[in-house]
Design a binder for this molecule. Sequence first.
Ligand SMILES: Cc1cc2nc3c(=O)[nH]c(=O)nc-3n(C[C@H](O)[C@H](O)[C@H](O)COP(=O)(O)O)c2cc1C
Length: 176
Amino acid sequence: MESFIDLARNRYSCRSYKNQEIPKDLLEKVLEASRVAPSAVNFQPWFFVVISDDSLKKMVSSCYSRNWLESAPIIIVACGNHSQSWRRADGKDHCDIDVAIAIDHLMLAATDYGLATCWVCKFDVMKCSACLELPSHITPIAIIPIGYPNDTVNPNRHKDKRKPLNDLVFWEKFNL
Ligand SMILES: Cc1cc2nc3c(=O)[nH]c(=O)nc-3n(C[C@H](O)[C@H](O)[C@H](O)COP(=O)(O)O)c2cc1C
């Protein structure tokens, strides 16, 4: 079994997928990992719209400017429900944070099962909301393609571009 640190290192953004279906039970296992994610006050203000239908996939993919999105056998629209999320006393809405954690759980589980994913946030939110007929208190936060990676994909494209730990961690005191 792969250690957690190796799993975290092995996740990468995949932008080209094989034309190969994902078995439903495997997809459910991946989704289960998001179900158990933590959330502020355990409010769980997210849901995922899982899309395999070709015409719907095309429609949602058209909210993003790159054609590769459509190559995934499944695309998931991760949505936040702002009427369910926790607001701190200063008014900060924690919805996006909760959705992001759930997405990360899903992505790591997908990696564990040999699947690949990519965050996509640079999309037309209004258009996506209209495609899915979302009410105004629901926001599509990210589109997540999921599938088997094409053999041509380079999993290490960004790995050497990470900041060193020393630039990211301050022990005891902030000292930039
Ligand atoms: C919040 C967020 C939004 C992102 N949006 C996009 C996007 O719209 N399109 C895209 O191709 N990649 C997107 N990415 C992927 C990043 O480019 C990628 O995670 C980063 O370059 C590091 O590469 P890696 O994921 O392969 O380690 C996004 C990532 C995050 C976390």
